[in-house]
Design a protein around this ligand. Structure first.
Ligand code: PEP
Ligand code: MG
Length: 315
C-alpha cells in the first residue's frame, strides 16, 4: 500500500476499491499552472484570477485579461479549469475594485458583492473568460466567491450564461451558503467549498490572526457539519462538490471530506502526492465512518483523533 508520505503522483486520485476523486491544483497564474501540470494535477480546481492583477491600479482591459487567462488554460489542454471571478477585498484588496476603507473588510463589499456597484467589472471579466475559453482547448468552468444568497448565485449564473459560459458554480465559503446548499444546487452546476473562509466565518475568527489558529481550523466540528450539509445536498442533486481551501491538501482530512460527500479536491501542487497516497489506502466506506466519527466529536482535536481511529480500524 502507498505510504502517506509518498510524493510521487501519477495524476489520478483513486481510493482503495477504485473510486475516483479528481485531484486538482490551486493556481494564481501561468507559472503556477505549468508547475501544476508537471506535478500531474488532473486540472485546475481554483484559478485565483485576482492574483493576476494585484499590482494594478486601473482595471485590466479585456485583452489583457484574455492573455492572462490563456496562459493558465494553455497548461491544461482538454482538462477542466475552474476559474474564480475576482475575489477582491479583505486579505486581497485590488485598488481598482475595492473602496478605500471599510471598517470590516472581511464582512464588506468583497468578491461577488463588488458587482453590486461595479457590474461592468464582472461582465468584462466574463467576456474575457469566454474569449480565452474559445481560444484555448481547456474545459472552463466559472465560479463566484463570497456568495451568501440564492439570488446572488442565480444572478451570477444568468450573467455567465449570457456571456456564453455554461458551466457555472459558486464557492461555498459563508455559513449561509452552506445552509442553503440544496437551494443553491437548483441554480448552479457545481459548488466548491472555500474552507479557509468557511472556517473564518463559521468560527468568527480572522483567518489572518495566528493567535486564533485553533478556532480557524477546518477540523472544527461546526465546520465539518456545514461541509456535511453541502455534501448531502450535492449527493441529492447529483452535482459535484469540490473543496479548494487549504483543507483539501490535508492528507488526514481528505478521507473525512470524501466521507462527507466531497467529489473532488483542489490543493497546492506540492500536496498532491501526499493526498493521493493517503486516499489510495482508504475505502469509501472507511471514509464515511471517519466522517461520521469526526462530525460527532466535541472538538477539533477530538475530531482528528476520532477520524484517525476510524481509519485505522478499517484498514
Ligand atoms: C477559501 O476561502 O477557502 C478559498 C479557497 O479562497 P481564498 O483562500 O482565496 O479566500
Ligand atoms: Mg475565500
Amino acid at each position: 500500500r502507498a505510504s502517506a508520505t509518498a510524493v510521487d503522483f501519477d495524476g489520478v486520485g483513486v481510493l482503495a476499491g477504485g473510486y475516483r476523486i479528481p485531484l486538482l491544483a490551486n493556481v494564481g497564474g501561468a507559472a503556477d499552472a505549468v508547475s501544476a501540470a508537471s506535478a500531474h494535477a488532473e486540472g485546475v480546481g481554483l484559478f485565483r484570477t485576482e492574483f493576476c492583477f494585484l499590482d494594478r491600479v486601473d482595471a485590466p482591459s479585456i485583452d489583457e485579461q484574455v492573455a492572462a487567462y490563456r496562459g493558465v488554460l494553455a497548461a491544461f489542454p482538454e482538462r477542466k479549469v475552474v476559474v474564480r471571478t475576482l475575489d477582491a477585498g479583505s486579505d486581497k484588496p485590488l485598488p481598482f475594485a475595492n473602496a478605500d476603507s471599510e471598517d470590516n473588510p472581511a464582512l464588506g463589499v468583497r468578491g461577488l458583492r463588488i458587482a453590486r456597484r461595479r457590474p461592468q467589472l464582472l461582465d468584462d471579466q466574463l467576456s474575457a473568460l469566454a474569449r480565452a475559453a474559445a481560444e484555448e482547448a481547456a474545459h472552463v468552468e466559472v465560479m463566484a466567491p463570497m456568495v451568501a444568497t440564492v439570488d446572488e448565485a442565480a444572478g451570477f449564473a444568468e450573467r455567465c450564461r449570457a456571456a456564453g459560459l455554461d458551466r457555472v458554480g459558486i464557492m461555498i465559503e459563508t455559513p449561509s451558503a452552506a445552509l442553503l446548499a440544496a437551494e443553491l444546487f437548483e441554480v448552479v452546476d457545481f459548488v466548491s467549498l472555500g474552507t479557509n473562509d468557511l472556517a473564518q466565518y463559521t468560527m468568527a475568527a480572522d483567518r489572518l490572526l495566528s493567535d486564533l489558529g485553533d478556532l480557524n481550523d477546518p477540523w472544527q466540528p461546526a465546520v465539518l457539519r456545514l461541509i456535511g450539509i453541502v455534501g448531502d445536498a450535492g449527493s441529492a442533486a447529483g452535482k459535484p462538490v469540490g473543496v479548494c481551501g487549504e483543507a483539501g491538501g490535508d492528507p488526514e482530512l481528505a478521507p473525512v471530506l470524501v466521507g462527507l460527500g466531497v467529489t473532488s479536491l483542489s490543493m497546492a501542487s506540492r500536496s498532491l502526492g501526499r493526498v493521493a497516497a493517503r486516499l489510495s489506502a482508504v475505502s469509501p466506506a472507511a471514509c464515511r465512518r471517519a466522517a461520521a466519527a469526526a462530525i460527532a466529536a466535541p472538538s477539533a482535536a477530538a475530531a482528528r483523533a476520532a477520524a484517525a481511529a476510524a481509519l485505522a480500524e478499517s484498514v
